[in-house]
Design a protein around this ligand. Structure first.
Ligand SMILES: NC(=O)c1ccc[n+]([C@@H]2O[C@H](COP(=O)([O-])OP(=O)(O)OC[C@H]3O[C@@H](n4cnc5c(N)ncnc54)[C@H](O)[C@@H]3O)[C@@H](O)[C@H]2O)c1
Length: 373
């Protein structure tokens, strides 16, 4: 795949189609991109206190220069603030400042900000324009693309949500320079996932596979070298865009994006979302999915080992390293809506790296040993 930084990635959804622009220092040009869209005159930038203000200032300055009336709402950082109270803060702010249906909400932040702001945009006046400027790796390669919005309630994570596509996604890899290593790795868990979907998603990376690229360029990726960073963001965003374009509502193909996620959700929930970040839990989930695939004769031992090695080489966990309640994890994994009759349905690597298969009817007794080896 040729990386063309000037060209946009298109998410193709008929009248809901939009572009993803990825370019270093693009924040300072965000006004140019937004002024080409029909998004009203007023823009509410929603962000968080732990996001360096330098990024918001760049967006703000560029939008003001293009004649937009810009408002900024700074919320608290943290998953626990992806809640009803933050939603009401956005909505009340917008009402107080007389935002109309033709105006826009713009998320500048990670997945928490984009899920929350997207949800607010989808319900404010039955839908106001939504713009997404992700500033975490996970946001860039996953959360900002595809239109899933949500907030958490006390009964569970992401239980209130909508499908609501943004009008545009603007990605500036430079914003990752201020992100902590731990948060960067959260995104790498998802990036590695895309390497295992390359063939099934039918998006070829280049002559070499994306998996091989991640293996060869690990030092430069972890060192945040511009060229490699752009390549991993571009490719991952492209895969997500292609999959969403084919299946917006997850009725078929989009399900492959859940590779490792049934395990991950079980692990995150069992530790009350405190011990493992989402990316770490996804990494463990991908390792378990690979081990299960090997045990089901879907892949060779060699493939299983290379997947686990890559994850470990990136400094991500490959198993749960502390005491845990297996029953608690299995119980929450069984809540996954893909399952049927108490049996699991998993996305598993199959045949070779880059290919996955949906496998149903997996018994609890086949899953438990994965956690214990
Ligand atoms: N909608 C989707 O399709 C989708 C997909 C995956 C995940 N998600 C959601 O995304 C959320 C997780 O997103 P996340 O991993 O981006 O976490 P996050 O939004 O909590 O951001 C992580 C931390 O980094 C800070 N931060 C953000 N950008 C920064 C920057 N450039 N420099 C320094 N600090 C910065 C944030 O304030 C926060 O403290 C979860 O709520 C998850 O449910 C949604």
């Amino acid at each position: 795949m040729k990386i063309m930084t000037e060209k946009a990635i298109k998410v193709n959804l008929k009248e809901k189609s939009y572009n993803i622009f990825i370019k270093e220092n693009i924040l300072a040009l965000s006004g140019n991109y937004l002024s080409k869209l029909k998004i009203g005159k007023k823009i509410l930038l929603v962000t968080q206190n732990k996001i360096p203000s330098v990024w918001i200032k760049k967006v703000h300055k560029s939008l003001v220069k293009k004649g937009f009336k810009v408002f900024i709402l700074v919320l608290q950082s943290g998953e626990e603030y992806k809640n009803l109270s933050s939603l009401l803060k956005i909505v009340n702010f917008a009402i107080k400042n007389k935002f109309e249906r033709s105006d826009s909400f713009c998320a500048v932040g990670g997945g928490v900000v984009s899920d929350l702001t997207g949800f607010a945009a989808s319900v404010y006046y039955r839908g106001i324009n939504f713009i997404c400027i992700p500033t975490t790796l996970l946001g860039m390669v996953d959360a900002a693309i595809g239109g899933k919005t949500a907030i958490n309630i006390k009964e569970g994570k992401n239980l209130l949500g909508t499908f609501y596509q943004p009008k545009i996604v603007i990605i500036d890899p430079k914003t990752l320079k201020t992100l902590s290593k731990k948060e960067f790795l959260v995104g790498m868990g998802e990036v590695i996932k895309y390497a295992l979907l390359e063939n099934t998603a039918k998006v070829k990376f280049s002559k070499s596979s994306f998996f091989q690229f991640l293996k060869n360029k690990r030092g430069r990726i972890l060192g945040l070298y511009s060229k490699e960073l752009l390549q991993i963001i571009y490719y991952s965003a492209f895969v997500k865009a292609q999959v969403v374009s084919k299946d917006e509502r997850e009725s078929s193909l989009r399900a492959i994006l859940n590779l490792g996620h049934t395990f991950a959700h079980g692990i995150e929930q069992a530790f009350n979302y405190k011990k493992y970040t989402h990316g770490e839990a996804v990494s463990i989930g991908i390792c378990f999915a690979s081990t299960l695939a090997f045990k089901q004769n879907l892949i060779s031992e060699e493939i299983m080992n290379s997947v686990i090695s890559l994850i470990s080489d990136y400094g991500l966990p490959v198993k749960i390293e502390c005491p845990f309640s297996l029953n608690k994890i299995i119980k929450s994994m069984l809540l996954d809506k893909k399952n049927k009759d108490g049996k699991f349905k998993f996305i598993l690597p199959a045949e070779k790296i880059g290919k996955v298969k949906i496998v149903s009817g997996i018994l609890v007794k086949d899953v438990k040993p994965l956690f214990l080896s």
